[in-house]
Design a protein around this ligand. Sequence first.
Ligand code: NAD
Length: 492
Amino acid sequence: MNKVEFPKDTIQCPNLIGGEWTMGKGDKIEVFTPYNGSVVGLTSAATKEEVTVAISKANEAAKKWKATPLKERTQTMFRFRDILIRDIDTIANTISLESGKTLPESRAGVMKGLEVLEFALSLQNLDGGGKMEVSRGVHCEYRREPLGVVASITPFNFPAMVPMWTIPIAITLGNAYVWKPSEKTPLTATLIGKSLLEAGLPAGVLTILNGQVETVNEIIDNDAVKAVGFVGSSKIAKLVYQRATSHGKRALCLGGAKNHIVLLPDADPEMAGAGIADSFTGCAGQRCMAASVLLAVGEVDKQISKIVERAQSTTIGTKMGAIITKEQVEFLNKAIDAAVADGAKLLLDGRGMKPEGNHEGGYWLGPTILDGVKPGTQAAITELFGPVISIVRCSNLSEALEIENTNEYGNAASVFTNNGALAEIVSQNASAGMVGVNIGVPVPREPFSFGGINESKFGYGDITGANSLNFWSDIKKVTTKWQMQNDHNWMS
Ligand code: NAD
């Protein structure tokens, strides 16, 4: 399958409550495809009453799921993996339909989700707890226990991958998971929910509640919800974090980004050209790991010409996907105008570019490269979330690092160089949670965890991998004595 297929009828996206699919009684929300702007789906918000009923059912399910041994829970998740692999083409098509990604990008998102799932499947062997005789006849033991009901609120830009950062780990650890997908991409959520039910996940262990701010707030405020995971923009991440923690709940809220790439004169032009162009054009720049600012140190024009060449050959509608909404295209067009007014020069202008294929009415912007962007201007400091890169010229590495360090975000940073010592200086001094060396999109692979710092993350720990386990569970410490010891023992 090379072309996105469009449905004949509007796809309904109901809520999943206690194992039953029912359309929410709240506001209707239409889902548009960025490919041509037509309505492809319909969902509706869960009302306060529906949220209350759903979480009460999730709470009942959580008790039984907790009592199911880890090895049995894992078997359900193995079946879930088989189903995702079997249905990957259908899921990828749905992701592309509602998010505007290309099909290869959508498949890659599912594959990355599968990698997190495989990490979760390994917990039965890697995370068995620990036990030790700490004193004669006295044993101390670690037991990992689920929290009960946990919630997750996810963004539009990775309809499968971002939810799959947390679904496998939180559910395998024994929690009941309440998911509020983005209202822009609820179609994929329905498919993931159906796959988990087919795998044999008991009713209520996964709940899907559609909607927007009101639904999110009802979920956060519900007493049964013990932890809140969030991925989205920094503004909302902070609001959700503050609301959840004001109730004394744990929260891990990942926010937006403005990722900087330091380009040094000794960088391999081919490697830098491909790595940097693909980073800012991939997923049409709508990913929190996309390159956004290129800190061009010294004489790097031969590398920049390779970036321009590669980006120029990235045809939209085929090699690059669409922008999520019409409003976002307008925002990006205005941001490009503003950068030019601020003194930037356009090396590549994607405005008004027509997509290949029959995509009339869609939301499109071609790759755009702004050179000579001044530090402190909108294009240099604001998350634009589109296929736009701002080149800021720097005279040395210290100046480049100073610019990177003063940005409020801290998701990713990269350096392109052949000099190991300079790469190490960037790794040590970049103010970012994830650093790449000659890698444009430095996403850690499992078991290494995903997560930024600064305004890109509110809360402690990371959202995936080994660093996520303590967020989705508690460690119970059990100390046991079965026999009286004759000799002295300070444990009573
Ligand atoms: P968003 O913040 O607009 O929405 C995210 C979720 O929050 C959605 O489910 C939405 O319905 C909900 N929401 C919106 N307003 C809310 C409010 N006032 N209160 C409570 N919930 C609310 O983000 P988006 O536009 O869907 O996604 C793009 C953003 O996500 C970008 O900023 C991107 O950088 C970020 N993102 C970050 C990561 C990361 O790992 N740090 C990953 C993916 C995306």
